[in-house]
Every structure is written in structure tokens, then in C-alpha cells.
Design a binder for this molecule. Structure first.
Ligand code: ZN
Length: 230
């Protein structure tokens, strides 16, 4: 649940141990294993393999620096600040972000075509069911600090993606909202409970079965507990 933006840079270069190649793209496009697997399921669900190709996945800080420098030189400052995150501030560095493009003879690396119709449109509409969110939607530029990027998807997992989509929240807004659910008063969903644990705070996690604790990179962690449905 890493929040990475201009205000929340990564403290260090991340090279997750479970980076694996994304299917269908050129070699060297890597994602963390769970995100790669769920992307494969999403592509299958919309019959998108071949029509939609991965364009950019995990990046090291040095790669992000090179992309930033290249965009500045080629496209200028206004474009670069709108569409390229500063080195250390790109969620591509987490291995949980993927740029996807419509498969055309020429796929633009920085701004791949991703129409709202056909397989691309279908993928956008099903993404949340597989744990992905459109990270930089139109109308949220002031919150995300990034221009509308119809091609950039972020894996946040379930149930988070579904909740964000249903409530129209981007990651900045979602994590801020989750802070209103401490361990003693978690958000109760269908088969799960969620709470926000501030760093260093005393917390008694809600009871349940399988659980996942995720650093948010904004000073706390999100705990998800799955419960058996009655
Ligand atoms: Zn991207």
C-alpha cells in the first residue's frame, strides 16, 4: 500500500526480491509477482492479450532519473512535470505500477495510447476487480500532482481497489480516509476488516484469519484481516 508521490518519496532504492517479467511486453518489464499474476488474470478476463501490451513496469531510481532527464531534454519542463515523476517519487520504483498501451506499430513509451473503448476500455472497467486502480484519473490532478494518465495502473490489491473505485478515491484520499478507522474501530466489509495503524501506536488488531500488514510510506501501516463469512 505504498504511497509514493512528490510529498512521499521513497527513502531508498527499492529492488523487491519477487520481481518477475510481465507477460506480453518486451523483455525486461518487471512487476512484483502478485501484481504480475493479477495483471495476467485481468488481461484474460477482458480478452486483452495481444491487444494490450505492458510498456513500463518496475524502474530503479537511476532509470527514473534517466527518464526524467530524457523527457526534459525532448519535451521540456511543463510536459515533464505533468507526466513524469521525479526520481524517488515514482511509484514505478515499487514494482506495483504498470503502464499499458494499445498494441500499435509505434507505442509511445511515456504516453502510450490507451483509449476508453475496446479492450483498453474493458480493462479499465474491470481493473478494480483484480486489485488495480487507474492511479492518475482526470479531475484528481490537484491531489495526485500528475496529469491524467489513462495508461498507468497501480496494483493495490483487494479489497482496496474495489473500495477506491466505488468511492471515487485516489490513493492519497484513500489512505487519508483510512486513518479514521483505528484498530479498535475498523472498517468492516464483506468478509474483511481494515484499519490504519499509526507508526509506534499501540494497536490491538481486530480478530480474524489471514492478515496482511502493509507499510504506507506515509507514517503508518494498513492492516487487512480476512474473516470467514458466516
Ligand atoms: Zn506510469
Amino acid at each position: 500500500m505504498y504511497l509514493v508521490n512528490r510529498a512521499h518519496p521513497l527513502a531508498e532504492d527499492l529492488a523487491p526480491a519477487d520481481l518477475v517479467p510481465a507477460d506480453g511486453g518486451r523483455p525486461g518489464i518487471l512487476l512484483r509477482r502478485e501484481a504480475r499474476d493479477m495483471l495476467g488474470q485481468l488481461l484474460d478476463a477482458v480478452d486483452g492479450r495481444g491487444a494490450i501490451v505492458p510498456v513500463s513496469g518496475w524502474r530503479s531510481r537511476a532509470e527514473q532519473q534517466a527518464i526524467w532527464d530524457g523527457a526534459l531534454a525532448e519535451h521540456g519542463r511543463a510536459f515533464t512535470q505533468t507526466y513524469v515523476a521525479r526520481p524517488g517519487c515514482s511509484e514505478h520504483q515499487t514494482g506495483l505500477a504498470i503502464d499499458l498501451g494499445e498494441n500499435r506499430p509505434e507505442v509511445d513509451f511515456l504516453c502510450p495510447a490507451f483509449p476508453d473503448s475496446g479492450p483498453c476500455g474493458a480493462l479499465r472497467r474491470r481493473a478494480a476487480d483484480f486489485g488495480f486502480v487507474l492511479r492518475y484519473p482526470a479531475g484528481k490532478e490537484a491531489v495526485t500532482g500528475i496529469g491524467h494518465e489513462p495508461w498507468h495502473f497501480r496494483y493495490v490489491g483487494l479489497p482496496h481497489a474495489r473500495i477506491m473505485e466505488d468511492r471515487g478515491l485516489v490513493l492519497e484520499e484513500y489512505l487519508a480516509w483510512l486513518r479514521s478507522f483505528p484498530a479498535k474501530a475498523p472498517l468492516e466489509g464483506s468478509g474483511y476488516a481494515l484499519c490504519y495503524l499509526p507508526a509506534g501506536g499501540e494497536a490491538v488488531p481486530p480478530p480474524g484469519g489471514r492478515r496482511k500488514l502493509e507499510d504506507t510510506n506515509d507514517g503508518g501501516a494498513v492492516l487487512t484481516v480476512w474473516r470467514d463469512r458466516p
